[in-house]
Design a binder for this molecule. Structure first.
Ligand SMILES: NC(=O)c1ccc[n+]([C@@H]2O[C@H](COP(=O)([O-])OP(=O)(O)OC[C@H]3O[C@@H](n4cnc5c(N)ncnc54)[C@H](OP(=O)(O)O)[C@@H]3O)[C@@H](O)[C@H]2O)c1
Length: 250
């Protein structure tokens, strides 16, 4: 699928080529994975329409969404997003699984989630798939999930139940070098607060949602100081903008 690259070097470029070998794992930090996030918002910044994200992105967004999943060792998803978006297996298509294997990755990424309540949406397809590999970080008293998926429950004391601890565990114990967070806004806000986001992929859809109460890309308290971003690329397709930003450090 073709995209118009606006920055840098304007050109027409194939999405599979551009997003097919990002080598994110080569950027892994010693203590945690390289963390990229992927969101789609309307031009007025809304992350949902009638409570879901599906109406925001078009087929170009779906292409970016699918391709990014071929590039990482693990996904990180909030429990509410898992439930509302009814997550299933992360990479199903044989050709995409083959692309991952050609890059030296497992056929599909590990899926990680974090919960303070310990309440998981066990009825979603992901937890009902015997082949799915999921890691859940949850409080000490959380019972073992009773579901067909292969779920590793990492129990942590409330003071230890941070995203920093979760990412350190994934790096050290599961060898996760690159991680893609697909939201939602609560999880994104927490990642930002703990200074754990390295890059942001943002689809800006040519729509206005209006209103003033829907979630934006991140929720929770504001950062003490805004995090600066550096534009890595800007693509256009069908009126949507696809922006890749690196988070400035220091
Ligand atoms: N436009 C987009 O690109 C996009 C992307 C993703 C999602 N969405 C939309 O966003 C909405 C869901 O987002 P959301 O903000 O309500 O929820 P969310 O971020 O998906 O999940 C929030 C939950 O994750 C757990 N959690 C988050 N931060 C944590 C932390 N630091 N420590 C421990 N647990 C933590 C908590 O689970 P417990 O409650 O279990 O403690 C919390 O309730 C949906 O409507 C979805 O459609 C949009």
């Amino acid at each position: 699928m073709d995209f118009h690259r606006l920055h840098p070097d304007p050109a027409t470029i194939d999405g599979a080529e551009l997003l097919g070998d990002l080598r994110l794992h080569e950027r892994a930090h010693a203590e945690r994975p390289w963390v990229v996030t992927n969101f789609a918002t309307t031009a007025d910044g809304r992350a949902t329409i009638e409570g879901r994200s599906g109406a925001i992105g078009d087929d170009g967004d779906m292409e970016v969404f699918r391709r990014l999943r071929t590039q990482v060792d693990a996904l990180l998803i909030g429990t509410r997003t898992l439930g509302i978006e009814r997550y299933g297996r992360a990479v199903r298509r044989p050709e995409l699984r083959a692309e991952r294997e050609a890059l030296g990755l497992a056929p599909e990424p590990l899926v990680a989630t974090v919960s303070r309540s310990g309440e998981l949406p066990l009825d979603i397809p992901l937890f009902q798939e015997p082949g799915a590999d999921v890691v859940v970080f949850a409080p000490s008293e959380t019972p073992e999930p009773d579901c067909p998926a292969c779920v590793t429950l990492v129990r942590l004391d409330p003071a230890e139940l941070t995203l920093t601890s979760a990412l350190r565990h994934l790096r050290a114990e599961r060898h996760v070098r690159s991680l893609l967070c697909e939201g939602g806004p609560t999880l994104m806000g927490a990642l930002l607060h703990e200074g754990l986001v390295d890059e942001l992929f943002l689809t800006l859809a040519p729509q206005l949602a209006g209103g003033g109460t829907g979630p934006t890309m991140s929720s929770g308290p504001a950062l003490a100081a805004p995090a600066g971003l550096e534009l890595v690329w800007a693509l256009e397709r069908g009126g949507s903008l696809y922006l890749r930003y690196a988070v400035r450090r220091g």
